[in-house]
Design a binder for this molecule. Structure first.
Ligand SMILES: Cc1cc2nc3c(=O)[nH]c(=O)nc-3n(C[C@H](O)[C@H](O)[C@H](O)COP(=O)(O)OP(=O)(O)OC[C@H]3O[C@@H](n4cnc5c(N)ncnc54)[C@H](O)[C@@H]3O)c2cc1C
Length: 396
């Protein structure tokens, strides 16, 4: 019988695993099954652009049924609920799926921290479907206020793209960040650049501020301010799902603990945001990012092939090429190969990288065309005088 490889999750890590296994699957040497709850895969880095209208939803999603023929696999639309290491089956909402090797690539989802008010009333941005909900809300009432909780890259990108979406209406957009600076994982100079730019786009930035409560119409901040008629968008952190946490080697900050080969148990592998891989000599798992998900997906699949073929496993050596925080007025920032990049070149890098990481040549062209046609949109913000929110900013 052919070895059965089951991939859980059709995101970056899962699809790059599938690509890596495809040659052997096409040759009839492997049976590969891909399991994902929805029929499409979302390209997360472009979701803020979808909200802003700069990239079409179609350019930011990939139909997983196309993967069947392309990478010689079977796609099953279901949600994995557990990996039974003893019985060698994945339990799913569509029955048990037997495996010889399983790659857990279930990513991470917005973490509402068990708060019922957030579950009931907050919007999130972790799927194309949720991006559509935000667009619908903004379109229905473009003058209504928004409060975005979380001043990391997602919150920042979203705030600037909401401004673009609502234009020429100018709703109040509040960005609440618990820490004393935005994008706190970035160097201070980058945080200052981001702060200046989001304020330039009329965002009311509240540092050292949390959202205390929300109902259908009011958001309450920790300083007691009640923002009436506001919708809350929760962008304050993500957490991997239960499948990753329950794997045999246990979990690392909620991510599946793996060894240096991305092995999380006998014949069980993990990659991407779901994997708590720690570089030798470090104490924290590598950051959640597309580049590490792609690298991890490829490395896990290669080790599956190595294990099947009785060859030595290869340690995962993630490369950090950098990051970009893309903002909707085209003034982005980040680093590339250790070199700081600001402004239009950073924005161009965001789109070029997104285009080339897309799953099909047609998608690459779609992303790049969308990006080009949005260029003029972005320029109109930069030609405006500074907004009221710039006043409190001291240029360093
Ligand atoms: C708005 C936003 C913007 C971002 N921007 C950037 C950026 O600019 N650069 C960057 O590097 N990173 C960015 N990230 C982070 C990046 O998207 C993730 O690190 C990356 O997607 C991780 O890839 P993954 O394959 O591990 O998970 P994902 O891409 O999230 O894929 C996981 C897949 O698993 C599926 N799944 C979930 N649970 C189950 C289950 N129980 N059973 C089966 N399938 C399941 C999901 O539906 C999904 O299809 C962003 C994230 C968000 C939300």
């Amino acid at each position: 019988m052919k070895p059965r490889v089951v991939i859980l999750g059709g995101g970056f890590a899962g699809l790059w695993s599938a690509r890596t296994l495809a040659r052997r699957a096409r040759a009839g040497q492997l049976d590969v099954t891909l399991i994902n709850p929805r029929p499409t895969s979302d390209f997360h880095p472009l979701l803020p652009d979808v909200v802003g209208g700069r990239v079409r939803r179609a350019s930011a999603t990939y139909d997983l049924r196309q993967a069947e023929q392309r990478w010689a696999l079977t796609f099953r639309q279901a949600e994995a609920t557990d990996v039974d290491a003893d019985r060698r089956v994945v339990k799913t909402t569509d029955g048990d799926v037997p495996f010889d090797h399983v790659i857990v690539a279930t990513g991470a989802q917005t973490n509402v921290r068990g708060r019922g008010d957030l579950r009931a009333h907050a919007l999130t941005l972790d799927s194309a479907r949720n991006a559509e909900s935000i667009i619908r809300t903004a379109t229905r009432d473009p003058a209504a206020a928004f409060v975005i909780a979380g001043g990391g890259p997602t919150g920042v990108e979203l705030a600037t793209n909401l401004r673009l979406r609502c234009w020429p209406h100018r709703p109040r957009i509040v960005l609440a960040e618990f820490l004393s600076r935005l994008c706190s994982l970035l160097p201070e100079s980058h945080s200052r650049y981001v702060l200046r730019n989001v304020r330039r786009m009329d965002t009311d930035v509240r540092l050292e501020t949390t959202v205390e409560a929300v109902d259908g119409s009011t958001v309450v901040l920790c300083d007691g301010e009640r923002i009436a008629g506001a919708r809350l968008i929760w962008a304050a952190g993500v957490a991997p799902g239960a499948v990753a946490r329950k794997l045999p080697r246990g979990d690392r900050n909620g991510r599946a603990a793996t060894d240096e080969y991305l092995q999380a148990g006998e014949g069980i592998w993990a990659a991407g945001d779901a994997a708590g891989f720690v570089r030798p000599g470090e104490s924290r798992p590598i950051r959640m990012s597309v580049q590490h998900a792609i690298g991890g997906g490829v490395a896990a699949a290669r080790n599956v092939l190595g294990a099947i073929g009785g060859r030595d496993l290869q340690p995962f050596r993630p490369l950090d090429l950098g990051y970009i925080v893309p903002m909707a007025n085209g003034l982005s920032c980040g680093t590339a190969l250790g070199v700081p990049v600001f402004g239009a070149p950073a924005t161009a890098l965001h789109y070029v990288m997104s285009g080339f990481r897309s799953q099909a040549p047609g998608k690459t062209a779609g992303v790049l065309t969308d990006a080009l046609s949005s260029y003029l949109d972005a320029r109109r913000f930069n030609s405006r005088p500074p907004s009221a929110h710039d006043a409190s900013y001291n240029n360093p």
